[in-house]
Design a protein around this ligand. Structure first.
Ligand code: MIC
Ligand code: SF4
Length: 743
């Protein structure tokens, strides 16, 4: 059953071309592909925009949400009073399944454990008109790619890896739940006009090198913040050699460099994938306008005129890459790994190898990994460490099964997990390595922050492609190079595989439920996991004076540090409960302790959330201070809602990740950037802080610090609020503002 309507697709492309003509008449210049999609989705016909300055309101075509973020998004949507969603929206149950023994048992367990959450999501999806994908049906981004992605369309998703669909030529952007709620309520969605980075790919991937290596190389070049505020657009003859799913791997992980999204042009591989996934009518319609589903030819001829930055990568020269530990931009070529491992004294024995995740679980990925495993098995090799495989969707799983890929993995000792996020998001009931024990793992996932996979800060997680990870599973050691070394005298081999299954995909839509638009939302009053929301109280002027410092975080302060996932995923629908994890991973700049600070009321060291609760009880407002790229990583708005709920007024940081900053604004918190970065050092533990909260667009905000010795310092901070966003702040949150407008 195709989920898209052929007539609507026809209409979409007619409209797209019509709008593009208007844009071209106005602008008189060649356009990149990203510009074509953005301009045709402008909610106002106003095309003189400045990159990285102008706020652009966009009309989105689709919204996607996963279970861990959908709960808050839907709870907020319920407060808008709307009866149904205004744009096509789907919910995907993928984040809450714990990997323990294998797919069948783990899924049964998840259905029991998460019953009330699934029931809430299912009943609200049914009532408000959202398509519902049950647990086990697959990971959001894979399911979107297989069923809903349309070249030239615009989608937002409550997950930072939403850009996965950029592999199919869609502008797909990760957003917070409150932003998704706006789109679902039929409002336009606003973003700052991104800068454009062009990445020209030359040559062809060969041997052990795969699409994953392209993005790992890009992460090394741009670092985890180099893509902030930018769309990365790939082009060039090399781009046209990569399969649709390979492109999706590359765009998926653009999230790791902070990019707003990443995008590939439409080509014959896009068409082939659409045809293979029951969307031939999309391919046909797209084919008829294909010149407009890519940049104009002048862009490729002279990219520096059109992009703010251009990077060239020669695929012929690219070696397989391995990144890690602890950050996805610490990359090196496979041949340099051995030295790095020894030099840094990283644990050389691997303790586990895991393939799959939304980044790397296509048929092609699994086939390449299976090709390595098949030849190894034929020579009697087995994985030397636990080897786990997560297929991205039921469709991939069923196809792998039919084509014997599962058997191959099992033959070398692999365990197949449920079609879900599993260990990628810390849903890994790991028994073999106790907490605190140093160890190394290698995965084909996209993130490797400390504690992410198994909640053990001593786990060194490395990332590579599925075929390289499979090779390492067989070797069991990190100082291994499959191109040069042998295992028990056997040399591993990689071979060419089909990009798409030669017998076609096995379609299995038993995991989908179509909404009826009737029924009631089921929330158990006594639930420990779900609680209806109350709007936040609007701010009063005095709320910004005599504030205390709750936390000054040192170094990385990602969303995994502010509101970790793992066991806390359980409380994603219960703001009060989940607030207990607030800043539990943050490193205290004064003491180097993790998750703890000084309670200024009592002088004792306590967890940050319990201090915040104490301050709140005593009517004491507080701020948080962060280093660079505050809130990097996930789209989870809990990282903004929890502080708001526990009395945070402002977060001061050297810089912010895009989604995290918007999430703070949406919830009514002031994200302030140090105007002079070194002012970070001026903030002391016992400061009394006053903020001039009468913020105006493009004006500085002054923050006064009164230190314990009585000395007073005034520091300047910047903000990025637009006029409309300042309204959110004035009302106490964007939701309050929306409710006011629609009442
Ligand atoms: C992640 O990969 O960190 C997640 C879990 O998918 C998050 C979303 C979440 O926190 O629920 C993301 O990337 O946005
Ligand atoms: Fe799930 Fe991991 Fe992908 Fe996030 S990155 S959506 S946790 S598979």
């Amino acid at each position: 059953m195709p989920f898209l309507n052929p007539d609507q697709i026809q209409e979409f492309y007619l409209d797209y071309i019509k709008k593009l003509q208007v844009v071209k008449e106005k602008l008189h210049r060649p356009l990149t592909y990203a510009e074509k999609i953005l301009f045709t989705h402008f909610a106002k016909a106003e095309f003189t925009v400045q990159r990285s300055k102008s706020s652009i309101p966009l009309q989105v075509d689709r919204v996607a949400m996963q279970d861990a973020t959908a709960q808050m998004a839907i709870l907020q949507f319920m407060l808008t009073g709307k009866r149904s969603v205004a744009v096509p929206t789907t919910v995907h149950c993928d984040h809450l399944i714990t990997a323990k023994v294998g797919a069948t048992k783990d899924l049964e367990e998840a259905n029991i454990q998460n019953k009330e959450v699934y029931q809430f999501l299912k009943s609200s999806a049914n009532k408000y008109g959202l398509g519902f994908w049950k647990p086990g049906s697959g990971i959001i981004h894979q399911v979107i790619l297989e069923n809903y992605a349309v070249p030239g369309q615009l989608m937002i998703g409550t997950d930072s890896h939403t850009p996965n669909a950029g592999g199919l030529g869609m502008v797909a952007i990760g957003a917070g739940g409150a932003e998704a709620m706006d789109a679902m309520a039929g409002l336009s969605w606003t973003v700052t006009m991104p800068k454009l980075i062009g990445i020209q790919l030359k040559g062809t991937l060969n041997g052990w090198t795969s699409p994953k290596d392209v993005i790992l190389k890009v992460a090394e070049i741009l670092t985890v913040k180099g893509g902030t505020g930018c769309i990365i657009e790939y082009f060039g003859e090399g781009a046209r050699t990569i399969s649709a799913t390979g492109k999706a791997t590359i765009t998926n992980m653009g999230a790791e460099v902070g990019a707003t999204t990443s995008l590939f042009p439409y080509d014959q591989h896009t068409a082939a994938y659409l045809q293979a996934t029951q969307r031939d009518f999309v391919a046909k319609a797209a084919d008829s306008v294909k010149e407009e589903l890519q940049a104009d030819p002048e862009v490729e001829q002279n990219p520096l005129r059109f992009f703010d930055d251009v990077i060239i990568i020669d695929l012929d020269q690219l070696e397989p890459q391995i990144v890690g530990p602890h950050t996805p931009d610490l990359s090196r070529s496979l041949s340099a790994l051995k030295d790095d491992v020894h030099k840094n004294h990283w644990p050389v024995q691997l303790s586990a190898a895991l393939i799959g995740s939304c980044t790397n679980s296509s048929y092609e990925d699994m086939s390449r990994a299976a090709a390595v495993a098949r030849k190894a098995a034929a020579q009697g090799l087995k994985a030397k460490v636990p080897f786990m495989v997560t297929p991205g969707s039921q469709q991939i799983f069923a196809t792998m099964k039919r084509d014997g890929l599962l058997d191959v993995f099992e033959k070398i000792g692999g365990v197949v997990l449920a079609n879900a996020c599993g260990p990628c998001i810390g849903q890994w009931n790991r028994q073999d390595v106790p907490k605190g024990v140093r160890n190394s793992i290698i995965t084909s996932y996209n993130r490797n922050f400390k504690k992410r996979n198994d909640n053990n800060a001593e786990t060194h997680a490395f990332i590579s492609s599925p075929e390289i990870v499979t090779a390492f599973a067989l070797a069991g050691r990190l100082d291994f190079n499959p191109i040069l070394d042998t295992i028990d005298g056997v040399k591993l081999e990689i071979s060419a595989v089909d990009q798409l299954p030669s017998q076609g995909f096995v379609f299995d839509l038993s995991g989908y439920e179509e909404p009826t638009g009737r029924g009631e939302v089921i929330v158990d009053q006594h639930s420990e996991r779900l609680a209806l929301l109350q709007p936040f109280a609007p701010w009063k002027e005095k709320d910004f004076s005599e504030l205390w410092l709750l936390v000054k975080a040192k170094g990385k302060c990602t969303t995994d540090h502010i509101s970790p996932a793992g066991k806390w995923l359980e409380y994603r629908g219960h703001l009060d409960r989940i607030s207990d994890n607030m800043f539990s991973g943050a490193v205290n700049a004064f003491s180097d302790q993790i998750g703890e600070g000084k309670n200024l009321l009592t002088g004792t060291e306590e967890g940050f959330s319990s201090i915040a609760r104490a301050y709140q009880k005593n009517d004491k407002g507080w701020i948080a201070v962060g280093d660079v790229n505050y809130g990097e990583g996930s789209s989870r708005e809990h990282a903004a809602m929890e502080p708001r709920y526990l009395g945070c007024r402002a977060v001061l940081a050297k810089s912010f990740a895009r989604i995290a900053e918007t999430n703070l604004k949406k919830q009514g918190i002031l994200p302030l950037w140090f105007n002079v970065e070194s002012d970070y050092d001026k903030i002391l533990e016992a400061d009394i802080i006053d903020i001039d909260s009468d913020a105006k667009v493009n004006e500085l905000v002054y923050v006064t610090l009164t230190h314990a010795d009585g000395a007073v310092e005034v520091i300047q901070t910047k903000h990025t609020f637009s006029a409309e966003q300042l309204e959110w702040f004035k009302y106490g949150s964007a939701l309050n503002w929306l409710r006011e407008r629609s009442s």
